[in-house]
Design a protein around this ligand. Structure first.
Ligand code: AMP
Length: 243
């Protein structure tokens, strides 16, 4: 009887700790602002059937609520600084426990600090998930140009770039026809601040991930997005096969 009780408890504990599928994977898209994380996440989310979790998008929708928290987020984002770790960590923890994340998910723009990286490792270990970090490498001098040329459809979220992926009709979304918008933090002084925050707080994570063997570098400077996505899919397959 005692044995039965023990195994019953263990099963329950297992079910609680590991609700994710055995091949479930957290694919972390890592790189500087403007390195193409959002574009890759959108392509890969549909090709790999994994939900796309963008902390930037989550914060922007919270920012649209006109209350004290929404205004605080707006102020931080417009300054080009990072939102406090506790807020972002809590948002991600709640999101990955949603049923659609059971077979894995794509993280875009998270983690960005050492405390966030430690949090994600803890969250994944507690759920029996492996992490694969894809580092999108882009020549630093190209980033400002890419970000100032970025436009987005406010209705469907499609991203455009006036240099590399212009809309068919200037200023209008190909799908919705809506007037394209520029993100509030894509102005040049804010871009410089965001790049500084990346250098100081986020770039050091590369060595942290490299040390744990889960980081893969991908050249994302000049190549078409579809080609980059193909290479990432290949890396995901190799990683899964090595588990
Ligand atoms: P993104 O859309 O990923 O470029 O993020 C836009 C802005 O949202 C950043 O400049 C930060 O102010 C904030 N943000 C997004 N993700 C995070 C994060 N993981 N930690 C802290 N702040 C974040």
């Amino acid at each position: 009887m005692a044995d039965f009780a023990l195994s019953f408890d263990e099963d329950l504990e297992g079910a609680f700790l590991y609700p994710f599928g055995e091949d479930a994977l957290a694919l972390i898209l890592f790189g500087a602002p403007g390195s193409g994380k959002g574009t890759q996440a959108k392509i890969l989310s549909s090709e790999l059937a994994m939900p796309h979790i963008s902390t930037g998008d989550m914060l922007r929708s919270r920012m649209d609520v006109d209350d004290a928290l929404g205004r605080t987020i707006l102020a931080v984002m417009k300054s080009g600084q990072l939102v406090p770790d506790e807020m972002v960590n809590r948002m991600v923890e709640e999101r990955i426990d949603q049923p659609d994340c059971q077979h894995g998910f794509i993280l875009d723009g998270y983690p960005r600090t050492l405390r966030q990286a430690e949090m994600v490792e803890w969250l994944l270990a507690a759920r029996g998930l492996k992490q694969l970090v894809i580092h999108l490498q882009v020549d630093y001098n190209k980033l400002v140009g890419r970000l100032t040329a970025r436009r987005q459809c406010p209705q469907c979220g499609t991203l455009y770039n006036l240099l590399s992926k212009p809309p068919l009709v200037m200023g209008r979304c190909d799908i919705e026809g809506a007037k394209l918008t520029i993100r509030a933090d894509d102005s040049e002084p804010v871009i410089r601040q965001r790049l500084e925050a990346y250098e100081a707080q986020t770039r050091p994570l590369i060595e942290h991930f490299r040390g744990s063997g889960c980081l893969r570098d991908v050249d994302a400077s000049e190549r078409p997005p579809a080609e980059i996505a193909r290479e990432i899919r290949q890396l995901v397959e190799e990683f899964r096969a090595s588990l």
